[in-house]
Structure formats: C-alpha cells, structure tokens
Design a protein. Structure first.
Ligand code: F0G
Length: 359
C-alpha cells in the first residue's frame, strides 16, 4: 500500500461502508500523535504525555473523520441533501465534504456565536447558511425535527451513527502509534459524540486483541456549559469555548456510559483554566489550538493538581481543532504580548533586540 488514503481505506473492515462505496475522501485522519516535551518535565512520575492533534485534518478539526463516513453513507443511500446544526466545526466539515460529493448542504448556526474561521469555511464551501436567533441546542432541536419531516435529507450531526463510526478511527490510530491503548484519554465534551466515538474505538480494538487494555476516559466540559457534570440541562450555557457552548448534549447518556464503563469521569474546567492551557499549548508546546481544544490540557492540569496520577502513566489528550479557527479569540491577546511598531530603522530595531536581553 502506498501513502495514506484516508480513514475509510485504512480501516474499511471496521467501518460500515460497502466495498465499492463512492470515494470522496480528503485524506482525513493520520494526524500526528505529538509527544509533550514540557509536561513530563513539569510533573515527573515517568509520565508519558501525547497530543492527538486533530487540528491537522483537512478542515482543521476532528469532524472530518465522522463526516467522510456520513457523507459516503448519504451517497450510498442516494440522498442529495444533508443538514446539520453546529457550533461551527461540524458545519465547516459538512460543507466541505458535501461540496466534494456534489450534495446540497444546509447548516443551522446559532447567530453570532460561530468563530470566524468556521463560518468562512461553511460560506466558501457553498453551504446554505441558516442563522437562528437562539442557542446551539435550539438549532439541534430544529434539525432533528426537520430531518424527521424530510426523510430524503440526511442529518449529519453526531446523532447519525456513521459520524461515530468515522470518529472512532482516532482511537485506532492512537493504539497503532503507541502499540497499545493509553492509560488515560482526555478530551473536551460538547455534544458528547466524540467521547462516545473514542470509547467505541478503544473497545473494538481491545476486543480484537489489538490492545491489551482500555483507557480511562476523562471528558471535560466548560464550567458554564457543564450539563453532564451538574446533572441538569443548562438553558443559557456560557464559556469562551464557543465550540462546546452546549446545554443539552445529544449523546449525554453515551458520554456518561463511557466515563462509567472506563472508570473515568466527566468533570469541568473554568474559562480561566482553559485560557491558561490555550496559552501553554501555544507558547510552550508550539501547538496552536482553538479554545475548546485547550480544555483537554486544562483537564490534565486539573488532575495533576489533584495528584491522582499513578507513576509511569501514559496520557493522550485530543486537541480537537486548529487555533486558526478562532482568530478573534487569539487577537484578544495581542496587546499582552511583546509587540513593537517602529519606522524602518536599524538603530530602533537594535534597541529592541538589546532590550529583549534584559527581560
Ligand atoms: N472541540 C471542538 C473544536 C468542537 O468543535 C467540538 C464540537 C468539541 C470539541 C466537542 O465534541 O460535541 O463530540 O462532544 N463541536 C460541534 C460542532 C458541536 O457543531 O462543531 P463533541
């Protein structure tokens, strides 16, 4: 086999697609499992820490893994139209794969709550955009109803089982790269599809004896948008991490089951913990993620503080989306970083270089 050909070709025997399924891949998957250099130094204990950098998928988030399968299945069933609700990344991915497959794509978005990069993608990939004066949960309710009323339209949110099937391949890749499952897997939880998918993937590899153990699944929500942690629907979820600003996750029960079956947990982190992790990843690890993705590291830092990690633990954190998705968020930090404006003068520039030495 030559170079990487996408998750369907790589894991075809573990995916529900027919042998001669339409080939619409953008070569999603095969994302790097980047070792952390700083965290094992900081926390010792023989920790091995990795980032599964899903921001390097074709549309810069993990959604592409699920979307390539969902769109392939839509084509197999001769559907011509797809629909989704989204905080942005699902919309961007659905729009891109629908464009490639010549399908009509409708995306329902909570108005004014979508990061600019994601909106740009949905627009440029030619999706028809329906902005709703409401929350993500309102848009989700709408598309579920619409898909029921119009069965000829395929719903491509993660309530569609094909999405989960595609996204479970990230767990396969991690096991393939490490030679086994990690001890702990940490990821952000929004609509709760991804934790459902990873847990399914880890269980399948374990059942096939391709890994010797199952990881503890640790899912983290943002404190102001933590319905699972609080055990109740949040009517007006708030967090800077717009991707996971969700008050009534569609896969709520499956996320709880993943945490329980794996002896893990669903917990929450504060916005300031998310921001600290976001800055750490960018300034110390050289990895730029969107705020929701920094939730994984914020969760890791929280469990390190709780001091519950055993020695020689292998930890994998999913970094779900690229930092360029949300330029307005990073822009809010520009004034707090060293920044100079000078005329084209070598003397002035030398002054800056000299002053930097003193800092
Ligand atoms: N991280 C990012 C960057 C996301 O976009 C999402 C979800 C999550 C984490 C949470 O994953 O929903 O499977 O628990 N984004 C969805 C969307 C809701 O519409 O793009 P989840």
């Amino acid at each position: 086999e030559r170079s990487w050909q996408g998750i369907i070709k790589q894991y075809r025997d573990r995916l529900p697609v027919c042998a001669n399924c339409p080939d619409i891949t953008l070569l999603e998957g095969n994302t790097p499992l980047i070792p952390s250099t700083k965290l094992p130094q900081l926390f010792g204990k023989g920790l091995k820490v990795y980032f599964k950098y899903e921001g390097l998928n074709p549309t810069a988030s993990f959604k592409d893994r699920g979307m390539v399968v969902a769109i392939t299945k839509a084509l197999e069933q001769n559907k011509r139209t797809v629909i989704c609700a989204s905080t942005g990344n699902t919309a961007a991915s659905a729009a891109a794969y629908a464009a490639r497959a010549d399908l009509k794509c409708f995306v329902f978005l909570p108005r004014g709550k979508i990061a600019l990069g994601k909106l740009s993608q949905a627009v440029m990939h030619g999706a028809e955009i329906v902005e709703i004066d409401g929350s993500f949960d309102d848009t989700m309710r709408m598309v579920i109803k619409l898909a029921a009323l119009r069965p000829e339209i395929e719903l491509v949110n993660s309530v569609n089982p094909s999405r989960i099937e595609g996204q479970k391949t990230a767990a396969f890749e991690i096991c393939d790269a490490l030679g086994d499952a990690p001890d702990i897997h940490i990821l952000p939880v929004g609509n709760a599809g991804n934790i459902t998918a990873y847990w399914k993937g880890y269980k399948e590899y374990h059942e096939s004896k391709l890994s010797s153990k199952l990881p503890q699944m640790l899912g983290f929500q943002a404190e102001g948008a933590a319905p699972i942690v609080k055990g109740k629907i949040i009517e007006n979820p708030t967090t800077i991490a717009s991707a996971i600003r969700i008050g009534n996750p569609a896969s709520w029960k499956k996320a709880v089951a993943a945490a329980r079956e794996s002896s893990g947990k669903i917990d929450s982190v504060t916005d300031s913990e998310i921001i600290e992790a976001y800055k750490f990843l960018a300034t110390k690890e050289g990895i730029f993620v969107e705020p929701a993705s920094a939730v994984s590291l914020a969760g890791f830092l929280k469990i390190c503080k709780e001091n519950t990690l055993a020695k020689n633990t292998t930890v994998v954190m999913t970094l779900t989306g690229h930092g360029l998705k949300d330029p307005a968020f990073s822009e809010s930090f520009f004034s707090s970083f060293p920044h100079h404006q000078i005329p084209p003068s070598i003397d002035k520039a030398l002054e800056i270089l000299e002053n930097a030495k003193k800092r």
